[in-house]
Design a protein around this ligand. Structure first.
Ligand SMILES: Cc1cc2nc3c(=O)[nH]c(=O)nc-3n(C[C@H](O)[C@H](O)[C@H](O)COP(=O)(O)OP(=O)(O)OC[C@H]3O[C@@H](n4cnc5c(N)ncnc54)[C@H](O)[C@@H]3O)c2cc1C
Length: 431
């Protein structure tokens, strides 16, 4: 087994995980900013391919992402947008989001709170009445440091909360919303705007929009997997690596068939997995406190056109087992005449394999219209921000940093974050 070599920079850096975070860290270690030492790290990856969640899988000439993977840049002049187009040479297309919510057997434009005029009159009136009650009494945005359920009711009023915010989030998180904090929301769930709520209740206006994903970018060709594929070229990656133990005192990684010493370890693998390798560490037991959901992602390609249904639809109610349907073909290059649909359902401890029957019924698809199916499992999908998360994470990170272990990325940093943030995390870890 090969061992990591010192390259020109001196420090031996090992990276765990060849997802977007690990690959970006490797890229900037090999191509450092002016003045920094150049290092060629080894990456240990448990799968037989790179890319992590940002992979694009192929089957029978069709492409499938791990559900929707769309690029939302924080700033219009984002460093990462330029990096993807200029350095990775990927042509991105901008799309204006077309999303809706399935409520009361009808499709209401997203965001729900700004399109109440699409509801039956009595429902709309209840939503507005309850919203104005909380708006006048609790202030404009609810109280910040309470449970998600209370935040939803205090911010939108009971009726809107019970029609969309509470059932949808219950379905997505599979967790008691009274025990979930609001600290994950940030730009993902902005507080309501009173003028927009009233305007949207007064008149149907699909152009009323808001949110971090009101527009997004996606590669014109080849799927989102082109990002990791471009970063992977020329990297030292050991695939199918089975890590046995990390001796954090002597800085050695033991894996099946080898041992690898390091000076600095950048871990982008899920935190519970990293902790399981740190035998004898005082923080190993804390992994029991970390909670997350998995996502089961069914994909079907059909010979039918769904361009009118937009980019995705949210399903807050319990009549179907999935929480979202997305139409990959409405923003990516799918062969003419076909549509690819991604179906998402979430689970906690046991994988919930859903049948395609409910989707076929909703979309009126027959068996002989299905060209390809591809099922993908995402065992780590969403980190649950319960009330203990911040304290537990703080204790773990404090220990790791004193041992020259940087745990970063979506599951290394144990957070709700995007691909742009994964690249930023990789960049930060490299310096
Ligand atoms: C359902 C879903 C939808 C999403 N949609 C979007 C979106 O629309 N837009 C967006 O910007 N972001 C989206 N994201 C987030 C995005 O996928 C992540 O932010 C990003 O891909 C994280 O990259 P990462 O490298 O940190 O983690 P990962 O992609 O998880 O990479 C970690 C790597 O570590 C490897 N690994 C795991 N365990 C071990 C081990 N024990 N030993 C060695 N290797 C190991 C894995 O195989 C993987 O290659 C979505 C995420 C999910 C779950």
């Amino acid at each position: 087994m090969k061992e990591d070599k010192k390259v020109s920079g001196g420090k031996k850096v090992v990276i765990l995980g060849a997802g977007l975070t690990g690959l970006t860290a490797a890229h900037f270690l090999e191509n450092p900013q002016a003045g920094a030492a150049k290092t060629k790290p080894f990456i240990l990856e448990k799968k037989s391919c790179a890319g992590g969640l940002c992979r694009t899988e192929k089957k029978d000439g069709f492409s499938f992402d791990y559900t929707g993977h769309l690029l939302h840049f924080k700033k219009t002049n984002s460093f990462w947008k330029t990096f993807i187009t200029d350095n990775l040479k990927i042509d991105l297309k901008k799309h204006s989001r077309k999303a809706s919510i399935h409520i009361m057997n009808t499709l209401i434009p997203y965001p729900f709170q700004y399109h109440l005029a699409y509801l039956p009159k009595t429902e709309k009136e209840k939503c507005v009445r309850d919203y104005l009650k909380v708006y006048k009494s609790a202030g404009k945005t609810g109280v910040a440091d309470e449970s998600f359920r209370r935040w939803a009711e205090n911010s939108f009023g009971k009726r809107m909360a019970s029609l969309f915010f509470i059932p949808y989030n219950k379905k997505l998180w599979n967790f008691n919303l009274n025990k979930m904090s609001t600290s994950w929301m940030g730009r993902f769930v902005p507080p309501p705007d009173v003028k927009m709520i009233l305007k949207g209740a007064d008149k149907k206006d699909p152009s009323q929009t808001a949110g971090y994903n009101a527009s997004f970018y996606y590669p014109r060709k080849g799927g989102i997997g082109r990002l990791p594929a471009a970063l992977e070229a020329g990297k030292n990656i050991i695939f199918n690596a089975v890590i046995k133990e990390i001796d954090f005192k002597n800085k050695n990684i033991f894996f099946e068939g080898g041992k690898m010493p390091y000076d600095k370890l950048i871990s982008t693998i899920p935190l519970p997995e990293l902790l399981s390798y740190l035998k004898g560490s005082p923080v190993k037991h804390l992994s029991k406190k970390l909670k997350w959901t998995g996502v089961y992602n069914m994909n079907i390609t059909v010979k039918k056109n769904f361009s009118k249904l937009g980019h995705w639809i949210y399903f807050p109610h319990g009549k179907v087992p999935f929480y979202r349907l997305g139409f990959l073909s409405n923003f990516s290059d799918v062969p003419d005449g076909f549509s690819t649909i991604y179906i998402e359902s979430s689970y906690r401890s046991e994988r919930k394999k859903i049948s395609s029957a409910s989707v076929m019924k909703f979309l009126n698809i027959t068996d002989n219209e299905i060209a390809v199916t591809k099922n993908l499992d995402i065992p780590y999908a969403y980190v649950i921000y319960d009330m203990e998360r911040a304290k537990t994470l703080g204790e773990i990170k404090e220990f790791l940093i004193t041992r020259d272990i940087i745990s970063t990325g979506r599951f290394g940093g144990w957070k709700y974050s995007t691909m742009e943030e994964a690249m930023q995390d990789g960049f930060d870890a490299a310096f």
